[in-house]
Design a protein around this ligand. Sequence first.
Ligand SMILES: [Mg+2]
Length: 218
Amino acid sequence: MRRAALFDLDETLLDRTASLKEFVQWQAAQLLIVDDRERFSERFIELDQSGKVWKDVVYQILIDEFDLSPWSVPQLLKVYLNDFCRFCKARSGASELIDQFLSNGYKIGVVTNGKTPFQENNLNALEFSALIECVVVSEAVDMRKPERAIFELACRQLNAEIGASVFIGDNPIADIKGAKQAGMQTIYVPKDADDELCVYADFTSNDLHQVLAFVDRL
Ligand SMILES: [Mg+2]
């Protein structure tokens, strides 16, 4: 029976927080005098709300607050869309975890709520992207996690049995509850130790290296 290991992208395979900080500091250096750069970076991260607020809203507020009037929202947004991927780095342990699933005979896929081709570009910037056979971006398929259909679609694309497949993600609802209700096994990998527990998780760890031994037991 073919099995799939499906991963979330932001904060699961991609260390979005660290990547975003580096991108924002690079952009701030182009836009601002030295004193304001740190404040600009902090404000960007704050307004972004872990990716929940789209960047047109973030940039409009930053233009007003930092008096960047020569710049327009579309100009700054274009830089974000084109250049964020140059700063993308993998979450620690992600590469080893993908290798572990591959050596156990799993096909590897990604299911992400986000925009296309932005998310594909970010994934392709990671060193293990060639190992990923299927990428499903919510905007492209007009479905979103936690909808069951998006997990079914990814398994279908990999010709994998959904009941024998596993989902790995950091969001307790969109990733873990959604995948469990679609019939998958679930590995919950919040980034912070104090994140809430998730009753839909078969295994939980905030360190991807700690997941390797669990994969052998699946
Ligand atoms: Mg995530």
